[in-house]
Design a protein around this ligand. Structure first.
Ligand code: CA
Length: 226
């Protein structure tokens, strides 16, 4: 899933970007508040990691502006260790969670996964549909209990679809949510990944809505008419 990192400290930003990438996030990084506002309005990020002390426009102002503008994406703020007033102010202004510096990368990753899950109305840590089980933290997938090996992109695409069962996503929407800046998108990449996912996980899981996009079929509750 694609996240925007907003951090002006070059060393910290670089380390967080690298670390979050290792955890499987696609990360775009900006270093000031105005750039953060611009990108968050332009791109469909799954979440934002927002430092509060920023040049140009500080993080709390950015946050207030986003919420006033109706943007609902999950925002996690980075605060100084002892800055409890900052945390409170951030939460009051619409932050969904915070992590204190010095930052524990694995805690940050877990909190981001939880925020994205909740933003999609998912209560379970692992996503399931049609006998397929996806574990976002372990980045593993199984089908009817048997492990299935997926490429990074196949996993990311499946996760996006499983977070939003029943919702049709266009190829363009999927590309925007899968690829960070500077990553080249081949014109038929999504079709190829869907093809591979069907081969590995069954033909029925992901349906093509011709001319519109792709949708992951919701589980039919047992006992309900099919
Ligand atoms: Ca800062």
């Amino acid at each position: 899933m694609r996240v925007l990192l907003v951090e002006d400290d070059a060393l910290l930003g670089d380390g967080l970007r690298a670390g979050l990438r290792q955890l499987g996030f696609q990360v775009d990084w900006v270093r000031d508040g105005l750039a953060a506002e611009r990108e968050l309005r332009a791109e469909p990020y799954a979440a934002a990691v927002l430092d509060l002390g920023l040049p140009g426009k500080d993080g709390l102002e950015v946050l207030a502006g986003l919420r006033a503008g109706g943007l609902t994406l999950p925002v996690l703020v980075l605060t100084a260790r002892d800055a409890i007033p900052d945390r409170i102010r951030g939460l009051d202004l619409g932050a969904d969670d915070y992590v204190a510096k010095p930052i524990d990368l694995h805690e940050l990753g877990a909190r981001l996964r939880a925020l994205v899950r909740r933003a999609h109305g998912q209560t379970q840590e692992r996503l399931s549909a049609q006998g397929v089980l996806l574990d976002p933290a372990a980045r593993s997938v199984s089908r009817d209990g048997a492990p299935v090996m997926l490429s990074t992109r196949e996993f990311d695409l499946l996760q996006l679809l499983m977070l939003q069962p029943g919702r049709v996503l266009s190829r363009e929407q999927l590309e925007q949510q899968l690829y960070a800046w500077g990553q080249e998108v081949e014109s038929n990449a999504i079709e190829v990944h869907v093809h591979h996912l069907r081969k590995k996980l069954g033909a029925e899981l992901i349906q093509t809505m011709r001319g519109v996009g792709y949708v992951l079929m919701k589980d039919v509750p047992s006992g309900a008419p099919r």
